[in-house]
Design a protein around this ligand. Structure first.
Ligand SMILES: [Mn+2]
Length: 329
């Protein structure tokens, strides 16, 4: 169940009334996080408002081609004088990151706009709609309904948000409206083919080194229905991996015909293990399994953080996953 939702009209009114606004999204931002933050920020800036775009971990290298990414702030932040804060695509308050959560706390009003069903509604106003495939899609409707500026730069960000969170309009979460919005954007002059090249066909060689390791090291369980891969600090150092290089790698695991669940375990610098998991069978709710380990997310795409070492974390998570997979028979 989604948290109670303030209708878009109330969010629109709050944004219209605000003059100094900070906008942020979750740590380790993906395309929906970056595209949503800058899509909304650039529209509100075009209205003459002062807008701070905050990302705890900055913009990953695969998305720095997008407009105005250099205006994104990351910690340490100077004290902000703001009358409104907006959290986007962030399933719980902590996932903003410590410094970003504190910076947004300077505002008397926090708007929480998200599409994760597990979002508890930590804002003063909450618009959580788990039927939407991307926060970028919610924001497109919001900006349109509010008659806010939809400049070409705004559209570049919102298209990126929708395209990446729907796996290029392929995931089951994609709606007819997602395609209609893409069509509206094209009619407004957006070069979607160029964006597709930049998002999906412009990888550094080191990403292919990661892919080679993944193909060499992936492991199967439950008669090939479960596949997983351990991404270690050692491999990251060998390939000189940078944030953003792993975006979409899990889809390579997901596309194997026997697989109904794909998981990547990533060793973080602090020794914790980041779990990303996907389901290909609607009966298998991976957000519930991640919930057993303190995580959450969507039914078909979820994550968690576990204690290391990586082999132990992976084994314990995969045991829980295998238990659920075997119950499907
Ligand atoms: Mn999202």
């Amino acid at each position: 169940m989604s948290a109670p939702a303030n209708p878009l009209s109330e969010i629109i009114d709050a944004l219209r009334s605000a003059q100094r606004i900070a906008i942020a999204a979750h740590i380790r931002p993906d395309g929906d996080a970056v595209g949503s933050v800058l899509g909304l920020a650039l529209s509100l800036r075009a209205m003459g408002k002062t807008v701070y775009a905050l990302l705890e971990d900055g913009v990953p290298c695969n998305l720095t081609f997008l407009p105005q990414t250099a205006t994104v702030l990351s910690p340490p932040y100077a004290p902000l004088e703001i009358d409104c804060a907006v959290a986007l695509d962030t399933a719980n308050h902590e996932r903003l990151g410590d410094a970003t959560k504190a910076a947004l706390g300077a505002a008397p009003l926090l708007l929480n706009i998200d599409h994760h069903g597990t979002n508890p509604g930590y804002g003063h106003m909450n618009h959580v709609d788990s039927t939407q495939p991307a926060v970028g899609q919610i924001l497109y409707e919001l900006l349109k309904q509010g008659d806010f500026p939809l400049t070409n730069e705004v559209l570049q960000h919102l298209f990126t948000a929708i395209s990446t969170d729907t796996g290029s309009f392929q995931y089951a979460s994609t709606t007819a409206r997602s395609h209609e919005i893409a069509a509206e954007m094209m009619r407004a002059g957006l070069d979607t083919a160029h964006l597709a090249v930049m998002l999906y066909q412009t990888y550094p060689a080191r990403r292919l080194a990661l892919l080679r390791a993944l193909l060499n090291e992936m492991q199967f369980r439950a008669e090939g229905r479960i596949v997983s891969w351990n991404l270690t600090q050692k491999l990251m150092a060998e390939t000189q991996m940078e944030p953003g290089d792993t975006e979409g790698l899990i889809d390579t695991l997901r596309m194997i015909d026997s697989v109904i669940s794909a998981t990547i375990f990533e060793e973080l610098p602090d020794g914790k293990i980041r779990v990303s998991t996907r389901s290909k069978d609607s009966r298998l709710d991976v957000s519930a399994i991640c919930g057993q380990f303190g995580g959450g997310g969507h039914r078909m795409a979820a994550g968690a953080r576990m204690k290391g070492p990586i082999e132990v974390a992976a084994d314990s998570f995969l045991n829980a996953l295998e238990h659920e997979v075997r119950r499907l028979a």
